[in-house]
Design a protein around this ligand. Sequence first.
Ligand code: NDP
Ligand code: 2IT
Length: 450
Amino acid sequence: MSAAIKPLNMDEFMAGVVKRNPGETEFHQAVEEVAGSVIPYINENPVFIENRILERMTEPDRTIIFRVCWEDDEGNVRTNRGYRVQFNNSIGPYKGGLRFHHSVNLSILKFLGFEQTFKNSLTTLPMGSGKGGADFNPKGKSEREIMRFCQAFMTELSKHIGADVDVPAGDIGVGAREISYMFGQYKRLKNEFTGTLTGKSLEFGGSLIRKEATGYGCAYFMEEMLKHKGDSIKGKNCLVSGSGNVAQFCAQKLMHLGGKVLTLSDSSGFIYDPEGLNDEKLEYIIDLKTNRRGRISEYAEKYKAEFHAGKRPWAIKADLAFPCATQNELELSDAEELIKNGCKAVAEGANMPTTIEAVEALHKANIVFSPGKASNAGGVSVSGLEMTQNSIRLSWAREELEERLKTIMHDIHKQCVDYGTEKNRVDYVKGANIAGFVKVAKAMVAYGVI
Ligand code: NDP
Ligand code: 2IT
């Protein structure tokens, strides 16, 4: 390294991030997790220091914040805050989901947008990164209230997105229903029919298996990690948290790969079914959570399973764990329970569900661990395939898409192994962070100072 180029120092770098983004704790956490593995790599490749790539990558290209006004069923005027964080478009149009949840704020959307940069790079597809949403709480809202909110949100968002500019999709609180209302409003305002949103229904440009993709991809990724150690999901007891889109289809694929799914959860607690889920029970969950928007406790009543109010499932004895609900839902004490009970591997279906301290504890205990940016990348990958199908105005068959999804998850696993193997052990955090970084960083260097 030339004497003029000072190596990056983790503490100094993080102090700068905290100073520039005061109070944004989730964003600090996401950056710290990435910086821990990429700073040593950057220091061996000074072109990235010279070009200040990590500083530039932690600053979104732009952040749009807007008022969303709508009328509820009683005729009251309601106001929410809408956001779109366009993080990085070095390797493709901004791409990432929209979250509607009362907790949404800038810190959460910046952490999600930042993570998306590395995840989308790992998918092997040409997608940049973004995230958006609103502090709107869909719980208890009527169908028409949801529709009016989505239309009001899209009225502003439509000015900033486009099929080659920024392509939003779903996330917590945003599924096919919300995407349909937003796509309808976008089409009306722009008078065009383009693939500007993904996760659309099949009738108007949606892709087969997009709904299943995140959960299936997560199960496939676990299968890849176990295969790498000469093992498989077959016969394993599995803990899954959440009961929304990701959790439902992760559970389904785990069962089909021979695993036994013992738990699911929502924001009120978790259910423990010692006999395990089956296809019929899962159908009930999908109807309960997606169509009827009910509570997971209803499952326990119907199937005589245990319901643990206000708790998470990590203290149940099992072989594999899949946090699929939300950020920071697996803390140090939870990791200690998993370790104590002989858990072998953890694959994140949600974004950043495991705290940094919990990841460290799992690593020390030699438990295989994959970060969401690798193991939940199946969702955005099939979104990328939806964009391709929209561009060529064709739709591919289920088998073809499932094969492509499997191949992408295999390729992501390989990148993690290539960049993360140390002494016969794969550090998936390191592998995913460095592999995701390299592609975007090289593109940024090639563009010069912009
Ligand atoms: P859904 O809205 O379909 O489901 C969310 C689930 O998480 C629900 O069971 C919900 O419970 C639970 N949950 C939400 N917030 C909390 C909380 N604060 N505490 C406890 N439980 C909570 O969302 P998705 O399944 O789509 O998303 C789940 C995770 O996966 C998120 O981290 C998301 O960012 C990530 N993800 C999603 C992708 C996708 O394609 N959808 C792609 C990649 C990652 P309740 O019903 O009580 O609200
Ligand atoms: O976190 C994520 O990767 C998503 N919510 C999916 C994003 C997408 O564009 O499909």
